[in-house]
Design a protein around this ligand. Structure first.
Ligand code: NIG
Ligand code: FE
Length: 415
């Protein structure tokens, strides 16, 4: 059993104090404790308070603990990445060059590249190869302060490969320090063998894939986009998933405005993703339904598109989370710190809002808020010590990894 850990003299951003997604002004409430202290033991946060408070209750046990003097540096919950495609085969740097020459993301996909290219490479990869590639990516997430990651299938689009991806996630969740939360995304594209028979693929997915995937996944996601899945097809898939206990998520309004935000509200999705082109009506509907906006500013940058209107969404009462969207096409990054920087720079979130979006609200977007996303007694001891002295500095000094140490379930895994 690991020694207890006593972190002292930290600037703690606890994010504590609210049950459920934060919206509006609550997104700025970080629960700051100056000269703060944490006691981590048995994988759990046992106490949170000022260093003086904890000296009273735990001072007598300091001899048996690893004592960390944060010397005024920032300590936050482990970051949560609520939207990734982290398990995939191969890579697509050739397409990156094509896009820089002016070919669009959808043109590449419609010509059989993009998601289809990764599908072929993922079908070909053995389970072991997929595991090894993805494990390296999770290692890199951890180094960037991320302790919980959602992962989607969706590069198989046949039962065998979708299950292979979900099995790899199950193994990684068990064997890697990061908690990996599985989402089924068989509706990521219509595979070539179903071209012109899109509704048959939807039937096949609902009848043959969903019942099996439901044994391994918690969420069900659809790429609702022109020339991919229509809102009607997306609704059928998400409603069918609900019957198997899968909670809906939607890739919505990424490339064109397509009614995705409205659909997310209608089907009771826990979150809607991307939303670059979401309509005002869609934003209002999400606010009313309590749908979390999971915004991906690194993807917008990488596609050379305007980022989603994060500022407006928060001002209209939508709870905002942010994510890397880690995938081989539109966002090959694992850096949540960069995503927080971009949330400020390209979506005008405040530094406090960006931190809430990458911790507590991100946890809410994958239904893990009872366990992670804030520093509270009884929660998992997932903690990051940053080499900065304020949360503003964390967002201000951009493109740099400020992580000094990471604890996952009370064990030091970085630094
Ligand atoms: O979230 N838009 C659809 N899916 C991913 C990209 C996947 C890929 O290009 O491989 C996304 O951007
Ligand atoms: Fe995505």
């Amino acid at each position: 059993m690991a020694k207890p850990v006593w972190i002292k003299h930290a600037l703690l951003a606890t994010l504590k104090g609210q049950a459920g997604p934060r919206s509006g002004a609550a997104m700025s409430e970080l629960g700051i404790i100056e000269d703060g202290s944490l006691w981590l033991e048995d994988g759990i946060i046992q106490a949170v308070g000022t260093t003086d408070d904890l000296a009273l209750t735990y001072g007598g046990r300091s001899g048996e603990a690893e004592v960390v003097d944060a010397a005024g540096r920032l300590v936050t919950p482990g970051l949560v990445d609520p939207h990734t495609h982290v398990v995939y085969g191969g890579s697509r740097e050739g397409e990156f060059e094509k896009r820089l020459q002016g070919v669009s993301y959808m043109e590449i996909m419609n010509a059989g590249g993009g998601i289809h290219a990764t599908m072929r490479m993922t079908r070909e990869a053995s389970e072991e190869e997929l595991y090894d590639q993805s494990r390296k990516r999770l290692d890199a997430f951890l180094v960037h302060g991320v302790t919980t990651v959602e992962g989607k299938s969706g590069y198989g689009m046949d039962l065998e490969t979708e299950m292979k991806q979900l099995e790899v996630m199950k193994r990684l969740n068990a064997e890697h320090p990061i908690d990996l939360v599985p989402t089924f995304m068989g509706a990521h594209a219509v595979p070539a063998e179903y071209k012109g028979r899109e509704d048959e693929y939807v039937d096949h997915l609902i009848e043959k894939m969903l019942p099996k995937a439901a044994g391994l996944a918690e969420f069900n996601d659809v790429f609702c986009e022109r020339n991919v899945f229509t809102p009607e097809q997306s609704e059928r898939i998400l409603e069918a998933g609900k019957r198997y206990g899968l909670t809906p998520k939607i890739h919505a309004d990424e490339i064109v405005s397509y009614g995705g935000a409205e659909l997310a509200a209608k089907v009771g999705a826990i979150s809607a993703e991307h939303l670059l082109k979401a309509s005002d009506e869609g934003i209002e509907a999400m606010a009313a339904a309590g749908t979390i906006a999971c915004l991906l500013p690194a993807t917008a940058l990488y596609l050379r598109e305007e980022a989603a209107e994060g500022r407006k969404m928060i001002d209209r009462g939508v709870a905002v989370a942010v994510s890397t969207d880690c995938n081989p096409g539109s966002s090959p990054t694992v850096s949540m710190p960069l995503v927080m920087n971009l949330a400020c720079i390209s979506m005008r979130l405040t530094p406090a809002e960006a931190l809430a979006a990458a911790t507590y609200n991100a946890a809410c977007a994958i239904n893990r808020q009872d366990r992670v996303g804030s520093l509270e007694t009884g929660k998992g001891a997932d903690v990051v010590l940053w080499g900065v002295h304020s949360y503003q500095e964390l967002q201000y000094l951009f493109g740099v990894n400020h992580v000094e140490s990471v604890w996952k379930n009370g064990e030091r895994v970085v630094g």
